[in-house]
Ligand binder design. Structure first.
Ligand code: B1M
Length: 216
């Protein structure tokens, strides 16, 4: 049984211990990790976003909520991964939040859902420079490179990063995908990204579509 109200309140208050306790109880009671995400953590973060947007919450409070959210995501990670267990070698996806952008909650969620979907993810973190993407592509030979951005200002960085990687010949045979709240399908097409997803579950479907992996 999932205490959605209590969980929402705990995320809003940035109460990490309570988030941990509620999720541990829910998981032990057999509540699925996707249900916990969709009915508990994500709606709570949505409220945080709205309150931040209307200046009802300070950045410091948002950060506390973000940390509580991280605790929740870390707890769900093993259960999400178990749901996505698949035999055989996994296609590699490189993911990162572009240079100048420190938002990582959404990207972390995409990482977890992709792993749950049977893909191997190399997560480069936030504020990722073009050079860091380039090195990771050389090191890991990914099937897909995914860029995340949450700021309208850093959307431009997505275009610059893809342009430069392309100029260096590093995207030959590699699919690209972008996402993040301000990003649209149209923008993706404008900067020549192969794929776009508006949310984490959508990202799994989009990577699979790009790689020609049929739905289960
Ligand atoms: Co920031 N922030 N923030 N912030 N912050 C936003 C994005 C903002 C919309 C808030 C607002 O004004 N209403 C606004 C951007 C405005 C704009 O550009 N148009 C904003 C701003 C302005 C800023 C600062 C500039 C504030 C300041 O300092 N004055 C500053 C910038 C710092 C920087 O990056 N250089 C800043 C800082 C921060 C915190 C550090 C306090 C914190 C980030 C903590 C962290 O991530 N570790 C923070 C937060 C938490 C937010 C909000 C409240 C929540 C973002 C979030 O985590 N959402 C946000 C308001 C909002 O979104 N309503 C806001 C939950 C998450 C699950 O959703 O990230 O959209 P999302 O990810 C989704 C999809 O977008 C998609 O799937 C995810 C899961 O479903 N997706 C992909 C994401 N990446 C993808 C990649 C893919 C595919 C799908 O393929 C590769």
């Amino acid at each position: 049984m999932l205490d959605t109200e209590g969980l929402g309140q705990a995320v809003l208050e940035g109460d990490r211990a309570r988030v941990e306790a509620l999720l541990t109880t829910a998981l032990a009671a057999g509540v699925g990790p996707v249900e916990i995400l969709n009915q508990g953590l994500l709606p709570a973060m949505d409220v945080v976003g709205k309150r931040f947007g209307t200046k009802q919450m300070y950045i410091s409070e948002v950060l506390l909520s973000a940390r509580a959210m991280h605790v929740g995501l870390e707890l769900l990670k093993p259960a999400l991964a178990r749901e996505g267990t698949q035999p055989g070698p996994k296609p590699v996806v490189i993911l990162g939040t572009v240079k100048g952008d420190l938002h990582d909650i959404g990207k972390n969620l995409v990482t977890m859902m992709l792993e749950a979907g049977g893909l191997e993810v190399v997560d480069l973190g936030t504020n990722v420079s073009t050079d860091k993407f380039a090195q990771a592509i050389r090191d890991h030979r990914p099937a897909v490179v995914g860029l995340s951005a949450l700021l309208t200002t850093t959307m431009r960085q997505m275009r610059d990063t893809l342009q430069e990687l392309r100029r260096r010949g590093l995207l030959d045979g590699v699919k690209t995908m972008i996402g993040g709240a301000p990003v649209t399908k149209e923008f993706a097409a404008t900067i020549g990204a192969d794929g776009y997803a508006s949310d984490a579950p959508g990202a799994v479907g989009e990577v699979k579509r790009l790689l020609g992996i049929p739905p289960p």
